[in-house]
Ligand binder design. Structure first.
Ligand code: IVH
Length: 697
């Protein structure tokens, strides 16, 4: 296949390539265990595209190139279902949960139920229909009986299989959702691009799935997890079996599913989630507790609205009440001017909140927020504090309506609102605030990772005229950063910069110059819409800054737009960014200073001493969790956030909690300490079970 041209290839080799890519999609999106590099995947996908262009008649609907419909819809069709999608009754306390267990016990008479406990994913429920193993229909819940046909949007979700492992007719249900980290990254990108931000991952998912243009939906980081087989399959005897069957067919399912028997065990399990829920990558609003046995479920039946065999246990919303003391006006690195509420400090979800972004002035108006108001604060994606509601009934009359600014608070340029944007902007490219923020962003951990350049230093270097742009960082010397005592009296000095710190910074800069990758540089440029994923894909396609910077504008636009999952919006943004004279100058100045990175080929994942092992890390350790995660992944292992049945090892730090150890014991997960992990990474045999002191019971 490799050496054949697209014209010579056979239809059979085309079909083999489709099957091969589907299998690799499954390994990546469902098993979280890819066995080829992203670059290799891209290469095969390109090969597939070439074949389809040369032989359009061969193209099949399940081809990975066919996830995105080329044209927007004018409306969604309605889907009328025979088996309505029921909702769940809610409980809010252990007592109410106990009452549910009583009802189940009464309904079952002599039989003792086993319960499954699952996270209640805070997303959008969807129903997927497969015809002979092919995905043919995807619908929202709607009012339960009538939903909307959002097939073309659901097809774009990479974790949703377009073909199953077997050619069966089956209808399944589950939840579409966004991981917290993806949600935060997407919102940050939207805020800097002047677009409206989403309130929480659930709204973002719902809004994205209702977009009529599937190409736009394809750019949203939505995933699915399935939890129910409703039609076509009647093999399973229990929920646990059904989940196994779903996985076998190629569906992703939640890993954190536990079966418990008995009231005490159920109560203990529910209690253990108060802490565990924070470790899940997605937001949960509670737990779902279901009777495991399908025979018992049939005995219990359903009311008009709810099944009698399942219930939701809702976690208390982590909200807090406080007072808005003022509104600060923030100028971002792209000139977007955002109002920020200054609050009386208050605890929410374990941290003290003192400020909350109000995103834009439309939002301030929508909330009807005044300075002095009492407000309700919640964390979006459990991370970003947000003003949810103004308690207008509690106003005293002393509250002050905030004024919408008309000029930049830093450089006094008139603010503008671009068509189609919600943000007010300072369009002065030399606005001092934008400058230092752009430089700090260039250097931040997720971009060029130049340790030592934080907000304070970036601001000071700019203010004192020592640097003018990100390129001039590379001109810094130890002598400029920490001038010796003998330097002339009028030498510009940086406050509190010791010689040692200056040396470290110069070393870090030198490192960035020689070691940083093209994708890090692209992230550092802060091109609108270009986040980590797009930056990596673009960097892999072009290979080097030289190739990207020297390409003609049109070539840059079309090549970027053609990358799978990147698309025309980003193609235009990248082309426009490089064309802007200030940016072209920055690129030229970087290259003059030896900053001309390439993108290294990925190391094949799926090799290394930890391959096939799922490892969870907890407690105080000698290094940050992110570093330990990196070394686990480097060694081929899979880092997981919580202990479940399929977790192989729990690496426990000094202050490991009892609930974690209990969970490990229950799941049959081996507990090791940090040294044990190091031994495994070094490739030596599996360590003896725990050397970690177990807490007294
Ligand atoms: S089972 C008849 N399991 O919660 C039982 N639902 O309030 C149907 N949800 O509409 C639902 N995670 O969107 C089930 N593990 C889970 C769930 C889950 C989230 C959602 C689902 C449902 C809503 C009910």
């Amino acid at each position: 296949m490799n050496r054949e041209t697209a014209d010579e290839a056979s239809q059979e080799s085309y079909q083999r390539l489709v099957a091969d890519l589907i299998e690799h999609d499954r390994r990546y999106y469902v098993d979280n265990a890819p066995t080829i590099t992203d670059a290799e995947y891209d290469r095969r996908l390109r090969q597939l595209r070439d074949l389809e262009e040369a032989h359009p008649a061969w193209r099949v609907a399940e081809s990975p190139t066919q996830r995105v419909a080329p044209l927007p819809l004018s409306e969604f069709k309605k889907v009328v279902r025979d088996v309505p999608m029921l909702s769940l009754d809610n409980t809010y306390s252990p007592d109410e949960l106990g009452a549910f267990v009583d009802r189940v016990d009464r309904g079952l008479g002599d039989e003792t139920p086993a319960f499954v406990v699952e996270p209640k994913i805070d997303g959008i429920s969807v129903e997927l229909t497969y015809d002979k193993g092919r995905f043919v229909l995807g619908a929202t819940r709607g009012d339960g009986r009538i939903g909307e046909d959002i097939t073309s949007n659901l097809r774009t979700l990479r974790s949703l299989p377009l073909v199953l492992g077997e050619a069966v007719d089956v209808v399944v249900r589950g939840e579409a959702y966004m991981d917290k980290a993806d949600f935060v990254a997407m919102n940050t990108e939207r805020e800097t691009a002047g677009e409206e931000v989403w309130k929480n991952p659930r709204n973002a998912t719902g809004g994205s799935l209702k977009l009529l243009d599937a190409r736009e939906c394809a750019r949203r980081p939505i995933k699915v997890l399935l939890y129910e087989i409703v039609g076509g399959e009647r093999h399973a005897a229990t929920h646990a079996d059904a989940l196994g069957r779903l996985r076998k067919l190629g569906f992703p399912t939640a890993r954190e599913v536990e079966v418990v028997s008995g009231r005490e065990a159920l109560a203990a399990m529910v209690a253990s989630w108060a802490e565990r829920k924070r470790q899940l990558p997605y937001e949960v609003d509670g737990l779902v507790i279901k009777v495991d046995s399908f025979a018992q479920r049939r005995l219990l039946g359903a009311t008009a609205k709810f099944p009698r065999w399942a219930i939701a246990y809702k976690f208390p919303a982590e909200r807090a009440e406080t007072v808005v003391r003022g509104i600060e006006i923030n100028v971002g690195r792209t000139g977007a001017v955002t109002p920020v509420a200054i609050l009386d400090p208050v605890e929410v979800s374990g941290t003290t909140v003192k400020r909350a972004s109000l995103h834009n002035w439309d939002e301030v108006a929508r909330l009807d927020l005044k300075i002095g108001d009492r407000v309700i604060i919640e964390k979006a994606g459990e991370i970003i504090p947000q003003v949810m509601e103004v308690l207008t009934a509690q106003r005293t009359g002393q509250e002050v309506t905030p004024e919408v600014p008309t000029v930049c608070p830093v450089c006094a340029s008139a603010l503008v609102r671009r068509p189609g944007e919600v943000a007010l902007r300072c369009e002065n490219r030399s606005c001092p605030e934008q400058k230092w923020r752009a430089i700090q962003f260039f250097a931040h951990r997720g971009a060029m990772n130049i340790e030592g350049i934080g907000e304070v230093l970036a601001q000071e270097l700019c203010r004192k005229g020592i640097i003018e742009d990100a390129a001039s960082l590379f001109d810094l010397t130890v002598e400029t950063l920490a001038p010796s005592k003998k330097a002339p009296a009028d030498t510009v000095r940086i406050e509190r910069m010791a010689k040692k710190s200056a040396e470290n910074l110069v070393k870090a800069l030198d490192n960035a110059r020689t070691q940083a990758t093209l994708s890090r540089l692209l992230i550092g440029f802060g091109i609108p819409h270009v986040g980590t994923v797009a930056a990596r894909a673009i960097a892999r396609r072009f290979g080097s800054l030289t190739a990207l910077a020297d390409a003609a504008t049109d070539q840059r636009r079309t090549e970027v737009a053609a990358i799978d999952g990147v698309g025309p919006v980003i193609g235009d943004a990248v082309a426009a960014w490089f064309d802007e004279p200030d940016n072209a100058r920055l690129v030229a100045r970087l290259r003059e200073r030896g900053v001309s990175p390439v993108e290294p080929e990925d190391k094949p994942r799926g090799s290394g001493p930890l391959v096939g092992l799922r490892i969870c890390v907890t407690g105080k350790l000698s290094r940050p969790r992110s570093e330990i995660q990196a070394s686990i992944e480097e060694a081929g292992g899979q880092f997981v956030n919580s202990v479940g049945k399929s977790t192989d090892y729990l690496v426990a730090g000094a202050d490991v909690g009892k609930s974690k150890l209990d969970a490990a014991k229950k799941a049959g997960t081996q507990v090791i300490d940090e040294a044990g992990l190091a031994t495994m990474i070094a490739g030596t045999p599996t360590p003896e079970p725990s050397t970690v002191p177990t807490r007294p019971e």
